[in-house]
Design a binder for this molecule. Structure first.
Ligand SMILES: C[S@@+](CC[C@H](N)C(=O)[O-])C[C@H]1O[C@@H](n2cnc3c(N)ncnc32)[C@H](O)[C@@H]1O
Length: 394
């Protein structure tokens, strides 16, 4: 840690108070609630802080966690500064006085081993991505992505232009936006656009390659871990005619889903609350052409958005997820008609939650693995996800 930089930072009184606030947030945080909530509570209790103060403290805190598993016994301040120097985009006011440190001066000299200090090789990652690349991605905040719903391209383009929001159209449906762009007052969320990560949108393209063609007849699909229904809205938009059944273990999230579907203009669907890690109700057997199992997971493909989860992750936790994932995947197989599809999705980069689960399902009698892919989001500054498509024997 260059001493001059440290001095500069600590001696500036305003920055000193930012740094102290960040240290307080970090010292009190145990990882049990999302960091975003912990920060909100801190700011609610410190009402004297203005919006710029809050933003700066938030950045410092996130930078601390972006260094992941970095092992050296650094003080909170030194760790924040090291992370700040590693960030490729350091244009914030509190760093402007230190531009003599070139943006990537620190990381350019990093060895593979140093990168693995941030994102270790244990547990093993899936084919198609490396721990060192994931470590590098931890130092960049991912973009915000939205999916434009069919027919709304013109309105969305005009609204973004009117409000001066810088938008990169990656396709007719996918827009990349600056992180933190305030969309609520600009676009009709869920009606015109759905906030959905680039890689999550990519799963839709892969599902479409295998989607059964039934002509005018509706495909019966069950999104069995639906959360608030992001994938289901995508299926409805892109693969209709489809009759959707949606469920989740959480009652509260199903309420969100209903509100969201109403905004999306979706009315004809079945919905219920169910734990699909437990044996399925008989009436669900052999019922669906496609089951989407977007299972609970470590979320390790999304840790650049929630770096605190990398910081607090303990190797071995992925095996607890694996147990649940295997239970869910093998239970919901029963709900698929002979010849129908299981789409298995995680937002994890760990082989234990991806290939290992899929291999165990593919090994069951009559199952055929059609597709298995780690969607590497690093290049697009998006999340990374895993998808596999399997066919059930006739
Ligand atoms: C990765 S999220 C799904 C994301 C969603 N498909 C989307 O596109 O936004 C996983 C969901 O699985 C749910 N879940 C966890 N355990 C479950 C279980 N045993 N049965 C059913 N749902 C479960 C969680 O509540 C969570 O909403």
């Amino acid at each position: 840690m260059p001493e001059a930089l440290r001095h500069f930072f600590i001696s500036m009184s305003r920055y000193h108070s930012y740094w102290q606030s960040a240290s307080k947030v970090i010292e009190k945080y145990d990882g049990k609630t999302p960091l975003a909530i912990h920060l909100k509570q801190f700011f609610a209790a410190n009402k004297q802080m203005g919006s710029k103060d809050r933003r700066t403290v938030q950045q410092l805190v996130y930078q601390f966690y972006r260094l992941g598993k970095w092992p050296e016994p650094l003080s909170v301040a030194d760790r924040i500064l090291l992370a700040a120097q590693c960030m490729p985009e350091q244009n914030e006011a509190w760093l402007q006085g230190v531009e003599k440190v070139p943006a990537t001066a620190v990381t350019e000299q990093f060895t593979e081993e140093q990168w693995l200090n941030i994102f270790p090789n244990e547990p093993a990652v899936s084919n198609g991505i490396t721990a060192a690349a994931l470590a590098q991605s931890m130092l960049r905040q991912p973009h915000l992505f939205v999916r434009v719903r069919p027919g709304f391209q013109g309105k969305v383009k005009a609204a973004l232009e009117k409000h001066g929001i810088e938008a990169v159209w990656l396709s007719n449906e996918t827009i990349q936006l600056p992180n933190g762009a305030k969309l609520d007052d600009v676009l009709k969320l869920n009606q015109q656009v759905v906030v959905q990560d680039y890689s999550s949108q990519r799963t839709g393209q892969i599902i479409a390659q295998y989607w059964p063609s039934k002509g005018e007849k509706h495909v019966l699909a069950w999104d069995c871990c639906a959360a608030s229904g992001g994938k289901s809205i995508m299926l409805y938009d892109q693969l209709s005619p489809v009759t959707l059944t949606v469920s989740d273990i959480r009652d509260s999230i199903i309420s969100n889903l209903k509100a969201r579907f109403a905004e999306a203009g979706m009315r004809n669907y079945q919905v219920f609350v169910a734990d699909v890690a437990a044996p399925l109700a008989e009436h669900l057997h052999d019922k669906f052409d496609v089951v989407i199992a977007d299972v609970p997971c470590s979320g390790s493909g999304t840790w650049a958005r929630t770096p605190e989860q990398l910081y607090f992750f303990q190797p071995g936790q992925e095996l607890q997820f694996q147990q649940k994932q295997k239970a869910i995947a093998s239970n919901v197989l029963q709900a698929i008609k002979p010849g129908g599809l299981l789409v298995y999705i995680t937002c994890s980069v760990f082989a234990a939650e991806n290939e290992a689960v899929v291999e165990s399902i593919a090994a069951k009698p009559g199952m055929q693995l059609l597709h298995s892919e780690l969607i590497n989001g690093i290049e697009h500054q998006s999340d990374s996800m895993f998808i596999a498509v399997l066919r059930k024997g006739k």
